[in-house]
Structures are given as structure tokens and as C-alpha cells.
Design a protein around this ligand. Structure first.
Ligand code: PXL
Length: 280
């Protein structure tokens, strides 16, 4: 790999379930980044389908950890946030964006709060509202369609046309979004895709749609995308590499109904590394 950046990723540890930090850490490491973590909470499993999971919220630990790093002179080339446990944590993360970045360091925000038209179990509309300044202040935001609707106060639709999506993108931009990576956009039953929009430039990468809802695929995609961008791969190419990696990970999982809680992304890491090397 060309670069060896130091990235900080802030999201929960779901001990079992192949999402958030248990996905971001191995994928970013495979992409050649020194990956530092700040766990927002520790859960026994993710919240998408398991019953009776435990949650230890770590909001109160965050300011102390951040000020220790500041005293030690520990700074980052990029900060990537995903699932955060609480509204105060969103504010602490904004502080970290201000204090712990090296000059020129990029911020990536995956709102990680909703999918398929619904907020995740732990969140209410107040959380979606509090997410707005964090997303609109980031260099790159990575919402899925449900999250983009929440961020723009647009009613979520299951079927839509291009003008509905263009309207959401325009609203995101006018609220301050810089680079937007909008995932899960599908205009036909057989395909889905990702839009990379940067100012007036926009590209849409479509790929095969697999008829199964898989948990953690947003985290798999975001981690691979960010890992690629940190190797100086342009956003659209990074989106293509990350989407292909995500599709391959789903394909490696769909035949096993017992593996409903996540995807076997580990089996596809060699292909991801190969794609990154070919693109550099
Ligand atoms: O993948 C998103 C995610 C992350 N962390 C936790 C979750 C979810 C989605 O359900 O529950 C704890």
C-alpha cells in the first residue's frame, strides 16, 4: 500500500454480530491503515435481530480518553464515526474533530442510525436531529437512503424515481454536505448501487442486488470505502471497490441461513487488498 495513515474510528463494539468496530478494525487494517479505536459503547450483540442484548454506554469515558491523547500529542490523519451510543456522544465527537486531527485530516461520518425506513431500536427522532450538524460538518458523509431522508426531513419511500433522489441530494448539499456517498439506491428490481456526489460532479455505480437483508453491510462498505480513500483512490473508484467487496461478502454468506446476523467479509479481504493494489 502506498500510504500508512493513522485513522481513529469511533463506534460501538458489538461483541458478536459482525458490525461496527469488529468490521471497521480488520478492514481498515487490511487497507494498510494504523487503526485506532474509540468504543462508543459495548453491546453483547448488535440490536438488529438479537433479543435481550446488554449495553454498556461509554459516553462518560470519551472526554477523558480524548484529553489523554491530546496531552500525549496523539493526532490522527482521519476520523471516521459510525454507531454512537448517545446524543452527548455526538457532541464529544465534534470536539474530537476539532482537537485531535492533524492538519488536512479528513472526517468521515456514517450516521449509522437507521435502515429500511426505520430508526435502529436504540434511537428516537431526537437522535436523528442531533446527527445533522455532525453529518453536515463532515468532509464525507455516508448515509443510506433512510438516513438521508431523516437528515433532510424527507418522507421515506420504498419505490421512487431519479427525481426523488436528486431532490434529496440537493437538500443535503444545501444543508452543507460536501462529499456525499449515498448507498442502497435502486431504480430497478435487479440492481442497486451507490451515488458518489461531490459539488456538481456525480457518479452512480450499479451492481447486482441480492434479495436478502444483511446486517453490517453498511459498515463493511464504509470501512472499505474509507480505507481506499486513505490510499488516495478517488471517491468514485473507492465506492466501486467498496461496493464490489460488499457484494462479494454477501454472496459468501447467503447460502447459510444460520449466518443471518452479518456477512463473511473476512473471506473476501484478499480480493479487497488486490483491488486496492490494482487501483494505486
Ligand atoms: O451496523 C450498524 C449497527 C452498529 N452497531 C449496532 C447496531 C447496528 C445496527 O443494527 O445495532 C449496535
Amino acid at each position: 500500500m502506498k500510504n500508512y495513515p493513522r485513522i481513529l474510528t469511533v463506534q460501538d463494539i458489538s461483541c458478536v454480530g459482525q458490525c461496527s468496530l469488529t468490521v471497521a478494525l480488520p478492514i481498515l487494517s487490511a487497507c494498510g491503515a494504523e487503526t485506532c479505536i474509540l468504543p462508543s459503547a459495548v453491546l453483547s450483540t448488535h440490536t438488529g435481530g438479537f433479543k435481550g442484548y446488554t449495553v454498556r454506554d461509554l459516553t462518560e469515558d470519551i472526554p477523558g480518553i480524548a484529553s489523554h491523547w491530546q496531552k500525549e500529542g496523539i493526532f490522527f490523519d482521519a476520523v471516521y464515526t459510525g454507531y454512537l451510543g448517545s446524543i452527548p456522544e455526538i457532541g464529544y465527537v465534534q470536539d474530537i474533530f476539532g482537537k485531535l486531527r492533524r492538519e488536512g485530516a479528513k472526517t468521515f461520518v456514517d450516521p449509522a442510525m437507521a435502515d429500511n425506513g426505520k430508526l435502529y431500536g436504540a434511537f428516537g427522532m431526537d437522535y436523528a436531529e442531533a446527527m445533522k450538524p455532525l453529518c453536515f460538518g463532515a468532509d464525507v458523509m455516508l448515509p443510506n437512503l433512510t438516513e438521508a431522508c431523516l437528515l433532510t426531513d424527507t418522507p421515506y419511500r420504498e419505490s421512487y424515481d431519479e427525481s426523488y433522489i436528486m431532490d434529496i441530494l440537493a437538500k443535503l448539499r444545501s444543508a452543507g454536505a460536501r462529499t456525499i456517498i449515498l448507498t442502497g439506491i435502486s431504480y430497478s428490481p435487479e440492481t442497486t448501487g451507490v451515488i458518489a456526489a461531490d459539488g456538481d460532479k456525480m457518479q452512480y455505480y450499479t451492481h447486482k442486488r441480492i434479495e436478502r437483508t444483511c446486517h453490517g453491510t453498511g459498515d463493511v462498505f464504509a470501512s472499505a470505502f474509507i480505507g481506499a480513500v486513505l490510499q488516495d483512490i478517488p471517491a468514485f473508484e473507492a465506492a466501486r471497490i467498496a461496493a464490489d467487496f460488499t457484494v462479494r461478502s454477501i454472496e459468501a454468506t447467503v447460502d447459510d441461513p444460520a449466518h443471518w446476523y452479518g456477512v463473511r467479509f473476512e473471506t473476501q479481504l484478499p480480493a479487497l487488498i488486490g483491488a486496492l493494489q490494482a487501483a494505486q
